[in-house]
Design a protein around this ligand. Structure first.
Ligand code: ADP
Length: 319
C-alpha cells in the first residue's frame, strides 16, 4: 500500500480534523502518501483534491468542522456516481480510502468496497447513532456544548420559575439528550427510542410544583414525534404556565473538540493506517471499552443502537 485517500462525509463533527491529522501523519511516518478529497463523495466524483502532508495538517487539531469540507452527495447514490468515484481512485493510484463520517457515509463506503476498493470507516458524527461502537467522534464535544447551554438556560429558568423545553439534535438516537440531560441536571428527557408519556411528564412537573420547585428543564431530542409548539400547548393547558422553547440547532455541531474526541480521533486515525498496512480488507473502526475494534464494513451499518436504559434510570433517580 503506497497511497491513501481520505474524505469526510455527511454531517460534520468536531474531531474530524484530528482524525485527518492522525491518518496523514501516521501514513507519512510509514512511508505512504496521502491525498485528500474535498467535499465528501462529490470530491471523488469531481476529482477535487487537497494535498495532505505533515505541514498541511498542522494547526487543525483544535478546530471543529473539517478542512476537507463535507457534503451529502446525491450523485454518489447513483451507479454512475459510484463508477466515476472508482475511476478517480484508479486515476490517482489510490490503494485504500479512509471515510470519516456517519451511518450514511458508511453505506456509501460499502458501495466502493463492493467494487474491490479497500475502505476503512472512521465513525464521525455527533449523534452517537452507530450501534457497533460505544462512541463516535464528535459526540463528547456536542454533549459538552449542550450542557454548557443547559447551564445558562437553567440560571434564567430558576430566576424566573420557568418551565423550559430544550430541543437537541438526534433524529433516531437520543444519546445527546440522554447524556446531556443526566450531566446537565435536566428534570425530564424525551428520547425517540422511548414511548412518549405526556402524563408522566406532567406528573414530574407537578411533583416539582408541590415541592415548591417551579422551574423544570425538559430536554427533547429532535426525533421525538411531537412539535415544540404542541408540547408547549399541552404543558400550558395542564399547568397554566407558558413554557419557554429553545432549539439549540447547529451550534451543537461546531466548536473545538473535547480532549476525549481528540483522543478518540487520534487513536482511530492512526489505527486506520495500521489496518491498511496489514491489508485487512474493508473495516469499520469502533471502540468497545478501551479497546479499538475493526469490524467488517459490510456488517456494521445494520447494527441498531439501543438506548442505555440504566443511564435513563439513573437520570430519573437523580433529577
Ligand atoms: P452521515 O454519514 O452523517 O450519516 P448521510 O446519511 O447524509 O450522512 O450520508 C452521507 C452521504 O453518504 C450521502 O449524501 C451519500 O452521498 C452517501 N450515501 C448514503 N447512503 C448511501 C447509499 N445507500 N449508497 C451510496 N451512497 C450513500
Amino acid at each position: 500500500m503506497r497511497r491513501i485517500g481520505v474524505l469526510t462525509s455527511g454531517g460534520d463533527a468536531p474531531g474530524m480534523n484530528a482524525a485527518i491529522r492522525a491518518v496523514t501523519r501516521t501514513a507519512i511516518r510509514k512511508g505512504m502518501e496521502v491525498i485528500g478529497f474535498v467535499g465528501g463523495y462529490d470530491g471523488l466524483i469531481d476529482r477535487d483534491t487537497m494535498v495532505l502532508d505533515i505541514r498541511t495538517v498542522g494547526g487543525i487539531l483544535q478546530h471543529g468542522g473539517t478542512i476537507l469540507k463535507t457534503a451529502r452527495s446525491e450523485r454518489f447514490k447513483t451507479a454512475e456516481g459510484v463508477e466515476q468515484a472508482v475511476q478517480t481512485l484508479d486515476f490517482f493510484g489510490v490503494d485504500a480510502l479512509v471515510v470519516i463520517g456517519g451511518d450514511g457515509s458508511f453505506r456509501g463506503a460499502k458501495e466502493l468496497s463492493r467494487r474491490g476498493i479497500m475502505v476503512i470507516g472512521i465513525p464521525g458524527t455527533i449523534d452517537n447513532d452507530m450501534g457497533y461502537t460505544d462512541y463516535t467522534i464528535g459526540f463528547d464535544t456536542a454533549v459538552n456544548t449542550v450542557i454548557d447551554a443547559i447551564g445558562k438556560i437553567k440560571d434564567t429558568a430558576i430566576a424566573h420559575n420557568k418551565i423550559t423545553i430544550i430541543e437537541v439534535m438526534g433524529r433516531h438516537c437520543g444519546d445527546i439528550a440522554l447524556y446531556s440531560g443526566l450531566t446537565g441536571g435536566a428534570e425530564y428527557i424525551m428520547l425517540p427510542e422511548m414511548e412518549m408519556d405526556l402524563e408522566g411528564l406532567y406528573e414530574k412537573i407537578n411533583a416539582g410544583i408541590e415541592r415548591h420547585k417551579h422551574h423544570c428543564l425538559i430536554i427533547k431530542a429532535e426525533g421525538v414525534p411531537i412539535s415544540n409548539a404542541e408540547l408547549a400547548a399541552y404543558i400550558e393547558e395542564k399547568t397554566g404556565q407558558t413554557p419557554r422553547e429553545v432549539v439549540l440547532g447547529f451550534l451543537q455541531r461546531g466548536g473545538s473538540p473535547s480532549a476525549r474526541d481528540r483522543l478518540l480521533a487520534s487513536k482511530m486515525g492512526s489505527y486506520a493506517v495500521e489496518l491498511i498496512e496489514q491489508e485487512t480488507g474493508s473495516r469499520a473502526i469502533g471502540i468497545s471499552g478501551r479497546e479499538l475494534t475493526a469490524m467488517d464494513l459490510d456488517e456494521v451499518t445494520d447494527i441498531k443502537r439501543e438506548a442505555d436504559l440504566e443511564l435513563l434510570h439513573l437520570m430519573y433517580s437523580l433529577s
